[in-house]
Design a protein. Structure first.
Lengths: 251, 251
Protein backbone atom coordinates (compact mmCIF):
# COMPACT_ATOMS: atom_id res chain seq x y z
CA UNK A 1 0.00 0.00 0.00
CA UNK A 2 1.23 3.38 -0.97
CA UNK A 3 0.22 6.34 1.19
CA UNK A 4 -0.52 9.73 -0.33
CA UNK A 5 2.47 11.16 1.50
CA UNK A 6 4.83 8.53 0.11
CA UNK A 7 3.51 9.01 -3.38
CA UNK A 8 3.90 12.78 -3.10
CA UNK A 9 7.41 12.46 -1.70
CA UNK A 10 8.62 10.16 -4.47
CA UNK A 11 7.05 12.26 -7.17
CA UNK A 12 8.82 15.31 -5.73
CA UNK A 13 12.10 13.49 -6.41
CA UNK A 14 11.33 13.59 -10.12
CA UNK A 15 12.45 17.23 -9.83
CA UNK A 16 15.99 18.46 -9.43
CA UNK A 17 15.30 21.00 -6.67
CA UNK A 18 13.78 18.42 -4.34
CA UNK A 19 16.49 15.87 -5.13
CA UNK A 20 19.10 18.44 -4.15
CA UNK A 21 17.28 19.57 -1.02
CA UNK A 22 16.96 16.00 0.23
CA UNK A 23 20.12 14.55 -1.32
CA UNK A 24 18.03 11.65 -2.59
CA UNK A 25 17.35 10.27 -6.08
CA UNK A 26 15.47 7.41 -7.72
CA UNK A 27 16.78 4.21 -9.26
CA UNK A 28 14.37 1.94 -11.12
CA UNK A 29 14.14 -1.51 -12.59
CA UNK A 30 15.12 -5.00 -11.55
CA UNK A 31 18.61 -4.99 -12.94
CA UNK A 32 19.85 -1.69 -11.53
CA UNK A 33 18.18 -2.02 -8.14
CA UNK A 34 19.49 -5.59 -7.73
CA UNK A 35 22.98 -4.37 -8.51
CA UNK A 36 22.65 -1.57 -5.94
CA UNK A 37 21.40 -3.95 -3.27
CA UNK A 38 24.18 -6.44 -3.90
CA UNK A 39 26.44 -3.78 -2.46
CA UNK A 40 28.05 -2.41 -5.56
CA UNK A 41 27.91 1.13 -4.15
CA UNK A 42 25.00 3.38 -3.24
CA UNK A 43 22.76 3.44 -0.17
CA UNK A 44 19.12 2.51 -0.64
CA UNK A 45 16.82 4.17 1.93
CA UNK A 46 13.45 2.82 0.73
CA UNK A 47 12.21 0.20 -1.69
CA UNK A 48 8.88 0.09 -3.52
CA UNK A 49 8.29 -3.16 -5.37
CA UNK A 50 5.66 -5.45 -6.80
CA UNK A 51 4.91 -8.70 -5.00
CA UNK A 52 6.60 -10.92 -7.60
CA UNK A 53 9.86 -9.02 -7.32
CA UNK A 54 9.74 -9.11 -3.50
CA UNK A 55 9.20 -12.89 -3.59
CA UNK A 56 12.14 -13.44 -5.91
CA UNK A 57 14.44 -11.28 -3.74
CA UNK A 58 13.23 -12.46 -0.33
CA UNK A 59 16.54 -13.86 0.90
CA UNK A 60 18.55 -10.83 -0.19
CA UNK A 61 16.05 -8.44 1.41
CA UNK A 62 15.98 -10.34 4.70
CA UNK A 63 19.69 -9.65 5.14
CA UNK A 64 19.28 -5.92 4.61
CA UNK A 65 17.61 -3.43 6.92
CA UNK A 66 15.73 -1.40 4.35
CA UNK A 67 12.11 -0.27 4.66
CA UNK A 68 10.27 -2.19 1.93
CA UNK A 69 6.80 -1.34 0.61
CA UNK A 70 4.79 -3.64 -1.59
CA UNK A 71 2.99 -1.77 -4.37
CA UNK A 72 0.69 -2.80 -7.19
CA UNK A 73 1.64 -2.26 -10.83
CA UNK A 74 -0.70 0.72 -11.01
CA UNK A 75 0.72 2.26 -7.81
CA UNK A 76 4.22 1.83 -9.23
CA UNK A 77 3.10 3.58 -12.38
CA UNK A 78 2.04 6.60 -10.32
CA UNK A 79 5.45 7.09 -8.74
CA UNK A 80 7.68 5.90 -11.59
CA UNK A 81 9.64 8.18 -13.91
CA UNK A 82 9.51 5.53 -16.65
CA UNK A 83 6.90 5.07 -19.35
CA UNK A 84 6.97 1.34 -18.62
CA UNK A 85 7.87 0.84 -14.96
CA UNK A 86 9.86 -2.29 -14.21
CA UNK A 87 8.81 -3.97 -10.94
CA UNK A 88 10.83 -1.94 -8.47
CA UNK A 89 11.80 1.60 -7.51
CA UNK A 90 14.47 2.53 -4.95
CA UNK A 91 14.99 5.82 -3.14
CA UNK A 92 18.76 6.22 -2.92
CA UNK A 93 21.09 8.58 -1.10
CA UNK A 94 23.33 10.66 -3.29
CA UNK A 95 26.86 9.32 -2.90
CA UNK A 96 29.12 11.68 -0.94
CA UNK A 97 32.29 11.68 -2.96
CA UNK A 98 35.02 13.69 -1.28
CA UNK A 99 35.41 16.96 -3.18
CA UNK A 100 38.24 16.62 -5.57
CA UNK A 101 39.23 19.30 -7.97
CA UNK A 102 42.73 18.08 -8.51
CA UNK A 103 42.51 15.16 -10.88
CA UNK A 104 42.24 11.92 -8.95
CA UNK A 105 43.75 8.60 -9.90
CA UNK A 106 46.52 9.94 -12.09
CA UNK A 107 44.41 9.27 -15.15
CA UNK A 108 42.74 11.38 -17.83
CA UNK A 109 39.31 12.69 -16.80
CA UNK A 110 36.37 14.00 -18.82
CA UNK A 111 35.21 17.59 -18.89
CA UNK A 112 31.73 17.88 -20.46
CA UNK A 113 30.99 21.30 -21.92
CA UNK A 114 27.21 21.67 -22.04
CA UNK A 115 26.16 18.06 -22.62
CA UNK A 116 22.36 18.45 -22.75
CA UNK A 117 21.04 14.99 -23.48
CA UNK A 118 20.56 12.98 -20.27
CA UNK A 119 21.08 9.73 -22.22
CA UNK A 120 24.47 11.00 -23.39
CA UNK A 121 25.50 12.06 -19.88
CA UNK A 122 24.50 8.68 -18.42
CA UNK A 123 26.27 6.83 -21.22
CA UNK A 124 29.43 8.88 -20.64
CA UNK A 125 29.35 8.00 -16.91
CA UNK A 126 29.05 4.34 -17.94
CA UNK A 127 32.03 4.75 -20.29
CA UNK A 128 34.05 6.35 -17.47
CA UNK A 129 33.05 3.45 -15.22
CA UNK A 130 34.27 0.92 -17.83
CA UNK A 131 37.55 2.60 -18.65
CA UNK A 132 38.48 3.48 -15.06
CA UNK A 133 38.20 7.22 -15.66
CA UNK A 134 38.15 8.52 -12.09
CA UNK A 135 35.93 11.60 -12.45
CA UNK A 136 33.55 13.36 -14.80
CA UNK A 137 33.55 17.16 -14.55
CA UNK A 138 30.95 19.25 -16.33
CA UNK A 139 29.82 22.81 -16.94
CA UNK A 140 26.94 24.28 -14.94
CA UNK A 141 24.61 24.09 -17.95
CA UNK A 142 25.07 20.35 -18.52
CA UNK A 143 22.25 17.91 -17.71
CA UNK A 144 21.68 17.06 -14.04
CA UNK A 145 23.60 13.97 -12.89
CA UNK A 146 20.57 12.69 -10.95
CA UNK A 147 18.02 13.20 -13.73
CA UNK A 148 16.21 9.81 -13.93
CA UNK A 149 17.30 9.31 -17.57
CA UNK A 150 20.92 9.94 -16.64
CA UNK A 151 20.64 7.44 -13.79
CA UNK A 152 19.06 4.78 -16.03
CA UNK A 153 21.49 5.10 -18.89
CA UNK A 154 24.47 5.16 -16.50
CA UNK A 155 23.62 1.54 -15.59
CA UNK A 156 24.84 2.01 -12.03
CA UNK A 157 27.85 4.18 -12.82
CA UNK A 158 26.12 7.11 -11.11
CA UNK A 159 27.00 5.69 -7.67
CA UNK A 160 30.57 4.78 -8.64
CA UNK A 161 31.89 7.64 -10.75
CA UNK A 162 32.13 11.04 -9.05
CA UNK A 163 30.68 13.91 -11.05
CA UNK A 164 31.40 17.59 -10.38
CA UNK A 165 30.02 20.83 -11.77
CA UNK A 166 32.77 23.37 -12.26
CA UNK A 167 33.99 25.78 -14.91
CA UNK A 168 36.79 24.49 -17.11
CA UNK A 169 38.77 27.58 -16.16
CA UNK A 170 38.68 26.71 -12.48
CA UNK A 171 39.48 23.05 -13.14
CA UNK A 172 42.49 24.11 -15.17
CA UNK A 173 43.65 26.49 -12.41
CA UNK A 174 43.46 23.63 -9.93
CA UNK A 175 45.52 21.40 -12.23
CA UNK A 176 48.23 23.61 -13.69
CA UNK A 177 50.41 22.22 -16.42
CA UNK A 178 48.17 19.33 -17.43
CA UNK A 179 47.37 18.77 -21.11
CA UNK A 180 43.81 19.83 -22.01
CA UNK A 181 42.53 18.03 -25.07
CA UNK A 182 39.37 18.91 -26.94
CA UNK A 183 37.51 16.93 -29.57
CA UNK A 184 36.92 19.45 -32.36
CA UNK A 185 35.94 19.25 -36.03
CA UNK A 186 39.43 20.05 -37.23
CA UNK A 187 42.34 18.87 -35.19
CA UNK A 188 45.10 16.34 -35.09
CA UNK A 189 44.22 12.71 -35.78
CA UNK A 190 43.86 11.47 -32.20
CA UNK A 191 43.75 7.80 -33.12
CA UNK A 192 46.64 7.38 -35.50
CA UNK A 193 48.94 9.64 -33.54
CA UNK A 194 47.97 8.17 -30.17
CA UNK A 195 47.54 11.64 -28.73
CA UNK A 196 45.61 10.72 -25.60
CA UNK A 197 47.77 11.18 -22.49
CA UNK A 198 47.65 9.08 -19.32
CA UNK A 199 46.88 12.15 -17.26
CA UNK A 200 45.02 15.16 -18.61
CA UNK A 201 41.61 16.66 -19.23
CA UNK A 202 39.55 15.50 -22.21
CA UNK A 203 36.89 18.07 -23.16
CA UNK A 204 33.73 16.83 -24.91
CA UNK A 205 31.52 19.56 -26.38
CA UNK A 206 27.80 20.13 -26.61
CA UNK A 207 25.82 17.87 -28.99
CA UNK A 208 25.08 20.59 -31.52
CA UNK A 209 27.47 23.44 -30.79
CA UNK A 210 30.63 21.66 -29.72
CA UNK A 211 33.04 23.29 -27.27
CA UNK A 212 32.19 26.94 -26.48
CA UNK A 213 34.79 29.46 -27.68
CA UNK A 214 36.01 30.45 -24.21
CA UNK A 215 36.71 26.83 -23.30
CA UNK A 216 38.21 26.14 -26.71
CA UNK A 217 40.75 28.88 -26.00
CA UNK A 218 41.90 26.91 -22.94
CA UNK A 219 42.78 23.78 -24.94
CA UNK A 220 46.40 22.80 -25.28
CA UNK A 221 45.63 20.15 -27.95
CA UNK A 222 42.90 20.12 -30.59
CA UNK A 223 42.13 16.53 -31.52
CA UNK A 224 39.88 14.81 -34.01
CA UNK A 225 38.44 11.37 -34.74
CA UNK A 226 39.03 11.06 -38.47
CA UNK A 227 36.08 10.47 -40.77
CA UNK A 228 36.50 7.86 -43.48
CA UNK A 229 36.78 9.36 -47.01
CA UNK A 230 33.51 7.56 -47.92
CA UNK A 231 31.76 8.77 -44.75
CA UNK A 232 28.75 11.07 -45.01
CA UNK A 233 27.90 11.91 -41.39
CA UNK A 234 28.50 15.45 -40.18
CA UNK A 235 29.57 14.37 -36.73
CA UNK A 236 29.57 11.54 -34.22
CA UNK A 237 27.27 11.31 -31.21
CA UNK A 238 28.99 12.93 -28.19
CA UNK A 239 28.94 9.77 -26.07
CA UNK A 240 30.27 7.66 -28.94
CA UNK A 241 33.12 10.14 -29.44
CA UNK A 242 33.86 10.01 -25.70
CA UNK A 243 33.89 6.20 -25.87
CA UNK A 244 36.24 6.05 -28.84
CA UNK A 245 38.71 8.52 -27.29
CA UNK A 246 38.58 6.67 -23.95
CA UNK A 247 39.70 3.49 -25.67
CA UNK A 248 42.89 5.33 -26.63
CA UNK A 249 43.81 6.52 -23.10
CA UNK A 250 46.84 4.46 -22.07
CA UNK A 251 45.91 1.78 -19.51
CA UNK B 1 -3.94 24.34 -43.12
CA UNK B 2 -3.89 20.66 -42.44
CA UNK B 3 -6.77 18.56 -43.79
CA UNK B 4 -8.14 15.63 -41.83
CA UNK B 5 -6.92 13.28 -44.55
CA UNK B 6 -3.38 14.64 -44.42
CA UNK B 7 -3.31 14.41 -40.66
CA UNK B 8 -4.58 10.83 -40.77
CA UNK B 9 -2.09 9.86 -43.46
CA UNK B 10 0.90 11.25 -41.59
CA UNK B 11 -0.16 9.71 -38.32
CA UNK B 12 -0.46 6.34 -40.07
CA UNK B 13 3.25 6.65 -40.90
CA UNK B 14 4.02 6.55 -37.18
CA UNK B 15 3.38 2.81 -37.59
CA UNK B 16 5.69 0.31 -39.24
CA UNK B 17 3.04 -1.50 -41.28
CA UNK B 18 1.88 1.66 -43.03
CA UNK B 19 5.46 2.84 -43.59
CA UNK B 20 6.23 -0.45 -45.30
CA UNK B 21 3.03 -0.50 -47.35
CA UNK B 22 3.69 3.01 -48.67
CA UNK B 23 7.49 2.95 -48.61
CA UNK B 24 7.40 6.32 -46.87
CA UNK B 25 8.75 7.54 -43.54
CA UNK B 26 8.97 10.76 -41.54
CA UNK B 27 11.92 13.04 -40.90
CA UNK B 28 11.54 15.92 -38.44
CA UNK B 29 13.31 19.00 -37.27
CA UNK B 30 15.09 21.91 -38.90
CA UNK B 31 18.54 20.39 -39.01
CA UNK B 32 17.71 17.02 -40.51
CA UNK B 33 15.12 18.29 -42.98
CA UNK B 34 17.46 21.05 -44.16
CA UNK B 35 20.18 18.49 -44.72
CA UNK B 36 17.79 16.28 -46.72
CA UNK B 37 16.66 19.19 -48.86
CA UNK B 38 20.20 20.30 -49.57
CA UNK B 39 20.45 17.10 -51.57
CA UNK B 40 22.47 14.95 -49.26
CA UNK B 41 20.39 11.87 -50.18
CA UNK B 42 16.71 11.07 -49.68
CA UNK B 43 13.64 12.15 -51.61
CA UNK B 44 11.18 14.41 -49.84
CA UNK B 45 7.61 14.01 -51.15
CA UNK B 46 5.81 16.48 -48.86
CA UNK B 47 6.75 19.16 -46.36
CA UNK B 48 4.74 20.44 -43.40
CA UNK B 49 6.26 23.47 -41.73
CA UNK B 50 5.56 26.48 -39.58
CA UNK B 51 5.54 29.91 -41.19
CA UNK B 52 8.83 31.03 -39.66
CA UNK B 53 10.66 28.02 -41.06
CA UNK B 54 9.10 28.51 -44.49
CA UNK B 55 10.19 32.15 -44.51
CA UNK B 56 13.76 31.28 -43.59
CA UNK B 57 13.97 28.60 -46.29
CA UNK B 58 12.12 30.45 -49.04
CA UNK B 59 14.94 30.54 -51.56
CA UNK B 60 15.81 26.86 -51.13
CA UNK B 61 12.17 25.81 -51.42
CA UNK B 62 11.59 27.88 -54.54
CA UNK B 63 14.22 25.81 -56.34
CA UNK B 64 12.61 22.50 -55.40
CA UNK B 65 9.34 21.06 -56.67
CA UNK B 66 7.95 19.76 -53.39
CA UNK B 67 4.37 20.18 -52.17
CA UNK B 68 4.68 22.44 -49.11
CA UNK B 69 1.97 22.92 -46.48
CA UNK B 70 2.08 25.63 -43.86
CA UNK B 71 0.94 24.39 -40.45
CA UNK B 72 0.54 26.00 -37.05
CA UNK B 73 2.54 24.81 -34.05
CA UNK B 74 -0.51 23.00 -32.70
CA UNK B 75 -1.20 21.30 -36.05
CA UNK B 76 2.43 20.17 -36.18
CA UNK B 77 2.06 18.75 -32.70
CA UNK B 78 -0.83 16.58 -33.92
CA UNK B 79 1.18 14.92 -36.67
CA UNK B 80 4.62 14.88 -35.04
CA UNK B 81 6.25 11.82 -33.49
CA UNK B 82 8.26 14.07 -31.17
CA UNK B 83 7.35 15.28 -27.70
CA UNK B 84 8.61 18.72 -28.70
CA UNK B 85 8.11 19.15 -32.44
CA UNK B 86 10.69 21.27 -34.18
CA UNK B 87 9.21 23.52 -36.90
CA UNK B 88 9.10 21.08 -39.80
CA UNK B 89 8.12 17.54 -40.77
CA UNK B 90 8.98 15.87 -44.08
CA UNK B 91 7.40 12.80 -45.67
CA UNK B 92 10.29 10.97 -47.31
CA UNK B 93 10.57 8.03 -49.71
CA UNK B 94 12.47 5.05 -48.39
CA UNK B 95 15.78 4.92 -50.26
CA UNK B 96 15.95 2.04 -52.73
CA UNK B 97 19.38 0.62 -52.15
CA UNK B 98 20.21 -2.16 -54.59
CA UNK B 99 19.98 -5.46 -52.74
CA UNK B 100 23.40 -6.49 -51.68
CA UNK B 101 24.08 -9.53 -49.64
CA UNK B 102 27.70 -9.84 -50.60
CA UNK B 103 29.58 -7.29 -48.59
CA UNK B 104 29.91 -4.08 -50.54
CA UNK B 105 32.83 -1.73 -50.51
CA UNK B 106 35.48 -4.24 -49.47
CA UNK B 107 35.17 -3.07 -45.91
CA UNK B 108 33.98 -4.56 -42.63
CA UNK B 109 30.20 -4.30 -42.13
CA UNK B 110 28.03 -4.49 -39.00
CA UNK B 111 25.68 -7.34 -38.20
CA UNK B 112 23.29 -6.36 -35.36
CA UNK B 113 21.90 -9.30 -33.44
CA UNK B 114 18.66 -8.15 -31.84
CA UNK B 115 19.44 -4.48 -31.19
CA UNK B 116 16.19 -3.35 -29.56
CA UNK B 117 16.74 0.27 -28.65
CA UNK B 118 15.88 2.58 -31.57
CA UNK B 119 18.37 5.17 -30.26
CA UNK B 120 21.14 2.58 -30.42
CA UNK B 121 20.19 1.49 -33.95
CA UNK B 122 20.14 5.10 -35.18
CA UNK B 123 23.44 5.86 -33.45
CA UNK B 124 25.03 2.78 -35.06
CA UNK B 125 23.85 3.93 -38.51
CA UNK B 126 25.45 7.32 -37.76
CA UNK B 127 28.69 5.55 -36.74
CA UNK B 128 28.63 3.53 -39.98
CA UNK B 129 28.06 6.76 -41.90
CA UNK B 130 31.10 8.36 -40.21
CA UNK B 131 33.48 5.46 -40.59
CA UNK B 132 32.50 4.58 -44.17
CA UNK B 133 31.02 1.23 -43.18
CA UNK B 134 29.08 0.38 -46.33
CA UNK B 135 26.13 -1.59 -44.89
CA UNK B 136 24.37 -2.45 -41.64
CA UNK B 137 22.77 -5.90 -41.56
CA UNK B 138 20.48 -6.93 -38.73
CA UNK B 139 18.37 -9.78 -37.41
CA UNK B 140 14.61 -9.82 -38.01
CA UNK B 141 13.94 -8.97 -34.35
CA UNK B 142 16.03 -5.80 -34.33
CA UNK B 143 14.35 -2.38 -34.17
CA UNK B 144 12.76 -1.06 -37.38
CA UNK B 145 15.13 1.10 -39.45
CA UNK B 146 12.37 3.64 -40.13
CA UNK B 147 11.14 3.96 -36.55
CA UNK B 148 11.06 7.75 -35.93
CA UNK B 149 13.57 7.46 -33.07
CA UNK B 150 15.99 5.54 -35.29
CA UNK B 151 15.62 8.17 -38.00
CA UNK B 152 16.24 11.03 -35.56
CA UNK B 153 19.26 9.52 -33.86
CA UNK B 154 20.77 8.49 -37.21
CA UNK B 155 21.14 12.23 -38.01
CA UNK B 156 20.58 11.63 -41.71
CA UNK B 157 22.53 8.37 -41.98
CA UNK B 158 19.24 6.54 -42.63
CA UNK B 159 19.19 7.76 -46.24
CA UNK B 160 22.89 7.11 -46.84
CA UNK B 161 23.70 3.78 -45.18
CA UNK B 162 21.87 0.72 -46.55
CA UNK B 163 20.31 -1.49 -43.91
CA UNK B 164 19.17 -5.08 -44.50
CA UNK B 165 17.29 -7.62 -42.42
CA UNK B 166 18.77 -11.08 -42.84
CA UNK B 167 19.87 -13.98 -40.67
CA UNK B 168 23.56 -14.11 -39.86
CA UNK B 169 23.60 -17.64 -41.25
CA UNK B 170 22.44 -16.50 -44.66
CA UNK B 171 24.80 -13.51 -44.66
CA UNK B 172 27.69 -15.85 -43.90
CA UNK B 173 26.62 -18.25 -46.68
CA UNK B 174 26.63 -15.35 -49.13
CA UNK B 175 30.10 -14.33 -48.01
CA UNK B 176 32.06 -17.54 -47.54
CA UNK B 177 35.49 -17.38 -46.01
CA UNK B 178 35.18 -13.94 -44.44
CA UNK B 179 36.18 -13.42 -40.81
CA UNK B 180 33.15 -13.06 -38.51
CA UNK B 181 34.00 -11.17 -35.35
CA UNK B 182 31.75 -10.88 -32.34
CA UNK B 183 32.02 -8.56 -29.36
CA UNK B 184 31.64 -10.86 -26.35
CA UNK B 185 32.33 -10.60 -22.63
CA UNK B 186 35.38 -12.82 -22.82
CA UNK B 187 37.45 -12.72 -25.93
CA UNK B 188 40.71 -11.50 -27.31
CA UNK B 189 41.70 -7.89 -26.66
CA UNK B 190 40.50 -6.31 -29.89
CA UNK B 191 42.23 -3.00 -29.31
CA UNK B 192 45.71 -3.96 -28.31
CA UNK B 193 45.95 -6.78 -30.80
CA UNK B 194 44.43 -4.76 -33.65
CA UNK B 195 42.12 -7.64 -34.51
CA UNK B 196 39.65 -5.75 -36.67
CA UNK B 197 40.06 -6.78 -40.34
CA UNK B 198 39.55 -4.52 -43.36
CA UNK B 199 36.89 -6.86 -44.71
CA UNK B 200 34.69 -8.97 -42.49
CA UNK B 201 31.50 -9.05 -40.47
CA UNK B 202 31.41 -7.42 -37.02
CA UNK B 203 28.56 -8.80 -34.90
CA UNK B 204 27.10 -6.56 -32.15
CA UNK B 205 24.78 -8.32 -29.71
CA UNK B 206 21.54 -7.36 -27.98
CA UNK B 207 21.73 -4.71 -25.24
CA UNK B 208 21.02 -7.14 -22.41
CA UNK B 209 21.60 -10.63 -23.77
CA UNK B 210 24.51 -10.16 -26.12
CA UNK B 211 24.90 -12.38 -29.18
CA UNK B 212 22.43 -15.31 -29.27
CA UNK B 213 24.06 -18.76 -28.98
CA UNK B 214 23.33 -19.84 -32.56
CA UNK B 215 24.99 -16.73 -33.95
CA UNK B 216 27.85 -16.99 -31.47
CA UNK B 217 28.58 -20.44 -32.90
CA UNK B 218 29.12 -18.84 -36.32
CA UNK B 219 31.87 -16.50 -35.09
CA UNK B 220 35.40 -17.07 -36.28
CA UNK B 221 36.84 -14.57 -33.75
CA UNK B 222 35.62 -13.68 -30.26
CA UNK B 223 36.77 -10.18 -29.41
CA UNK B 224 36.57 -7.93 -26.39
CA UNK B 225 37.02 -4.28 -25.45
CA UNK B 226 39.10 -4.55 -22.28
CA UNK B 227 37.78 -3.03 -19.07
CA UNK B 228 40.23 -1.06 -16.96
CA UNK B 229 41.24 -2.83 -13.72
CA UNK B 230 39.59 0.02 -11.75
CA UNK B 231 36.44 -0.12 -13.89
CA UNK B 232 33.11 -1.03 -12.28
CA UNK B 233 30.66 -1.16 -15.20
CA UNK B 234 29.27 -4.53 -16.23
CA UNK B 235 29.26 -3.67 -19.90
CA UNK B 236 29.40 -0.88 -22.44
CA UNK B 237 26.41 0.52 -24.32
CA UNK B 238 25.99 -1.39 -27.62
CA UNK B 239 26.38 1.70 -29.81
CA UNK B 240 29.46 2.85 -27.88
CA UNK B 241 31.03 -0.60 -28.33
CA UNK B 242 30.23 -0.45 -32.06
CA UNK B 243 31.82 3.00 -32.24
CA UNK B 244 35.00 1.95 -30.46
CA UNK B 245 35.46 -1.14 -32.62
CA UNK B 246 34.78 0.88 -35.79
CA UNK B 247 37.65 3.19 -34.92
CA UNK B 248 39.95 0.17 -35.14
CA UNK B 249 38.86 -0.99 -38.62
CA UNK B 250 41.79 -0.22 -40.93
CA UNK B 251 41.08 2.80 -43.15
Amino acid sequence: MLSQNQSKHIRSLHLKKFREAEQLFLVEGDKMVSELLSGNGGTVTQLYAEQGWLDRNKSLLSMLKIPVFEVTASELEKISTMVTPNQVLAVVQMPQFSPNLTLPGRRTCFYLDGIQDPGNLGTILRIADWFGIPAVYCSEDSADFYNPKVVQSSMGAIVRVPGWRISLEELVQQNPGLPILGAVMEGENALENRLLPSVGILVIGNEGKGIRPHNESLLTHRIYIPRHPNGGAESLNAAVAAGILSAFIPF
